[in-house]
Write a protein that binds this ligand. Structure first.
Ligand SMILES: Nc1nc2c(ncn2[C@@H]2O[C@H](COP(=O)(O)OP(=O)(O)OP(=O)(O)O)[C@@H](O)[C@H]2O)c(=O)[nH]1
Length: 753
């Protein structure tokens, strides 16, 4: 049986209604024709779309993904986030909490195209997951709640997509809500995302009577006549707009289509020229495929963003969204990736995610940029300078995996057996291949020779600094090794989780991106590794800086065994902008010191930046200038480092310390009647209100609040507003604490409060 979408043209007998249809009806596939996972093969690269879905929390990413899987024939029933039975949210916590934590890669086919789709989490604690996904994707769908317009997290993710030059399509979801507003949503795309929306569809009906859309390219009306709430929306009518249709709709469509043609002509010279040459009499006669090609060029160059609308939950508008993904978003070979050219047809892949599977060990998600990956072969990891063997190769289908013998460029694959590879590593076929690529890069003359591997390694994923930390203890000392192993595995999966040992207490410390992040890690250790751990109180990752310039000198004279080590150091420290370089040597010193001694001095300075003079938090905004380093022959680099560190401590103490606290930007959307209580609560949390916006009956509160005051905020907000508020929190900046607050913190830390 052929799968894919059926088109029953006028006059054919429709298999569902058993009557002769006079309109075109579209089907995703026949009712019992569920796609077999075994049919996964390597597709033509031009037909691959590596796509991410990004959005604000609760905008409907998971629901939309589920509908895509269903309409493309990979699932038999519609998953529902509210019932906890979706395919992509497969971790136990995800099902229980109804939110997406880990990006699950999903592969499916739509109209002869292979779509590799990554469902990305909307919660700010998991921003790194989004960043990782964007690094390896070629295009993205931004799902926006049409009743809210662009919200905070969409903006954050959009900026990340811009950074990686990822072309996007917007899907205005939840058009079935009475408060859905197309023009408001479009305006927020313009205002907040600073993007150029290209409206490709006009909704038919609004709120509960939203029944479908008019496609402005073809003037076709796509209507989902759902007979009941359980109707799955596979069947929809597609018929041309007629003069007998509602006159307001006809007028709206005519104006929107004219505006679309004008806008596309403004943005695309080729289209403008064709319009003036061939259709100057009547622009409206321009053939839909020509319009589509121009919209594609505009999308790929990010001069504009196609906008579609629908309601995933009510099963309307998802099939046209899939069509738009294949029509407007780029194939892998239409994207430029930094170092890939040097590998030509040799393998070059990026590990962008690691998962731990109890049976199979680490599973590494790889984006293949060039060449092919074959099961049961050795690969070379350039970052670790190691060669390891890949036992099996899988195609990820949410929590199921289909085994394949090989995968070609443009695809996303899951490798089994790679024990050393971590997120961000570049994988090639052999050491010789990496060397050949390096030679090729150097011969081209366009790349400087700055280190053996630098030019041939794909840029990895930026990991933000964690803002929260807490101690973690196993139930008994006998479980310490198990805990260390669990944390090692979790860290390989999640580079935003940091683990360190407190030098004073010897306790293990977890550092994460937020309360929820740490809570989830704690939960996973219990569920997946069977260890009941105890978490200490959650603490804020403060930083420190200095208040003024200061200089110091120090001398170290120590005899170890037979050897005498004598070194004298003079240096000065000064406060600078956080982005300024943290260490300067005079020209004279550069000439005088060997490479080894320079590195030893640098070590001494950098290690003292890890512990500030006030409370021992890492330092930022400090620059050190080394004035002199004099040593007697035979002095070891370790002694030089030790002397520099001691001297730094003196200088930093003289310079006076200042604690910096992380300040978050907070967005709260709340019903108007609860605004007063939310504002009152914020005032008690040292919050500063920046703006209060109106959105329908809701208020959107934008504020800055110190992270230290945000512990337990979600529970508190829920109580204050009886569950009628949502919020998002994002690190904004580090700010100097005022003397009163700093004193209170010092006392608290000393156990005096
Ligand atoms: N009215 C309406 N509700 C929707 C629609 N799509 C999704 N929802 C509801 O919105 C809520 C959030 O949907 P999800 O699909 O979990 O959203 P998400 O963006 O994946 O959420 P996170 O994974 O937590 O970021 C659920 O209660 C859905 O039932 C829609 O088209 N209309």
């Amino acid at each position: 049986m052929v799968w894919g979408r059926y088109l029953l043209t006028a006059g054919l007998q429709c298999c569902r209604c058993r009557v002769t249809c006079h309109v075109k009806r579209h089907y995703s596939f026949l009712p019992d024709d569920v796609k077999s996972l075994r049919t996964v093969i390597n597709p033509d690269i031009a037909k691959i779309r590596n796509i991410g879905i990004m959005a604000h929390i609760d905008a409907g990413k998971t629901t939309t993904t589920e509908r895509m899987l269903f309409y493309s024939g990979y699932t038999r029933a519609l998953g529902d986030v509210d019932d906890g039975d979706t395919v992509t949210d497969f971790m136990a916590q995800e099902r229980e909490r109804g939110i997406t934590i880990q990006s699950a890669a999903v592969t499916f086919d739509w109209k002869n195209h292979r779509i590799n789709l990554i469902d990305t989490p909307g919660h700010v604690d998991f921003t790194l997951e989004v960043e990782r996904a964007l690094r390896v994707l070629d295009g993205a769908v931004a799902v926006i709640d049409a009743s809210a317009g662009v919200e905070a997290q969409t903006l954050t993710v959009w900026r990340q997509a811009e950074k990686h030059h990822v072309p996007c399509v917007c899907f205005l979801n939840k058009m079935d809500k009475p408060t859905a507003n197309l023009s408001l949503s479009i305006e927020t795309i313009r205002q907040k995302l600073k993007a150029n929306p290209i409206i490709l569809q006009i909704p038919v009906g609004s709120g509960r009577s939203f029944t479908g859309v008019v496609d402005l390219l073809t003037n076709q009306k796509l209507i989902w006549k759902l007979s009941s709430l359980s109707d799955d929306g596979r069947l929809f009518e597609s018929k041309p707009l007629k003069q007998s249709d509602d006159s307001d709709l006809l007028q709206e469509v005519s104006e929107a289509r004219a505006a679309l043609i004008e806008q596309v002509a403004d943005l695309d010279d080729e289209f403008a020229e064709m319009l003036l040459t061939d259709f100057s009499d009547n622009f409206d006669m321009v053939p839909p495929p020509k319009l589509q090609e121009a919209v594609r060029r505009i999308t790929l160059s990010r001069r504009g963003v196609p906008v579609l609308c629908g309601s995933s939950l009510r099963n309307k508008g998802v099939q046209p969204l899939l069509d738009a993904i294949t029509a407007y978003l780029p194939a892998p070979n239409e994207r430029q990736h930094d170092v890939v050219q040097w590998y030509k047809d040799d393998l070059c892949a990026l590990a962008f995610k690691v998962l731990h599977d109890k049976q199979r060990g680490p599973l590494v998600f790889l984006r293949i940029y060039s060449g092919a990956l074959k099961a049961q072969t050795a690969i070379h990891n350039i970052n670790r300078n190691s060669t390891e063997r890949m036992s099996r190769l899988l195609v990820p289908f949410a929590d199921q995996h289909v085994e394949v013998p090989s995968m070609s460029a443009g695809n996303i694959a899951l490798a089994v057996g790679l024990k050393q590879t971590v997120t961000g590593d570049t994988i090639v076929s052999s050491k010789a291949s990496a060397a050949a690529a390096a030679r090729c890069a150097q011969d081209s003359g366009t790349v400087k020779k700055n280190g053996e591997h630098v030019n041939v390694v794909l840029s990895g994923v930026e990991v933000p600094d964690p803002v929260f930390f807490c101690t973690i203890e196993p139930p008994t000392m006998s479980k310490q090794d198990d805990l260390e192993n669990a944390l090692k595995c979790l860290q390989r999966e999640d580079p935003s989780l940091k683990v360190r040992v407190d030098p004073d207490s010897g306790q293990t410390v977890l550092c994460g991106m937020g309360e929820l992040h740490i809570e989830i890690i704690h939960d996973r250790i219990r569920r997946e590794y069977g260890i009941e751990t105890h978490l200490g109180p959650l603490q804020v990752a403060y930083r420190e800086t200095i208040l003024r310039d200061a200089s110091a000198t120090d001398m170290l004279d120590r005899t170890l065994g037979e050897k005498r080590h004598v070194v004298t150091v003079a240096l000065s420290v000064r406060p600078v902008e956080p982005s300024s370089p943290g260490l300067e040597f005079t020209e004279e010193l550069r000439a005088q010191l060997s490479q080894e001694m320079m590195a030893a001095v640098e070590n001494g300075v950098l290690s003292s930046y890890l512990q500030g003079p006030v409370l021992g938090y890492p330092l930022q905004g400090v620059s050190t200038s080394i004035q002199s380093v004099n040593m007697e022959p035979g002095t070891s680099p370790a002694m030089v480092s030790a002397c520099v560190s001691r001297c730094m401590l003196k200088a930093l103490r003289l310079a006076g310390g200042q604690v910096l606290e992380p300040v978050m930007s907070l967005d709260v959307t709340v019903g108007e009647e609860y605004l007063g209580s939310v504002l009152g609560d914020l005032a008690q949390r040292r919050g500063t209100v920046r703006e209060i916006q109106s959105r329908h009956d809701d208020k959107v509160l934008l504020a800055a609040v110190p992270l230290a005051e945000m512990m337990g905020y979600s529970t508190n907000l829920r109580t204050l507003t009886s569950g009628n508020a949502t919020f998002s929190l994002e690190l904004d900046t580090y700010e100097a604490m005022n003397p009163q607050d700093q004193n209170a913190l010092l006392k608290r830390m000393a156990g005096l409060l």
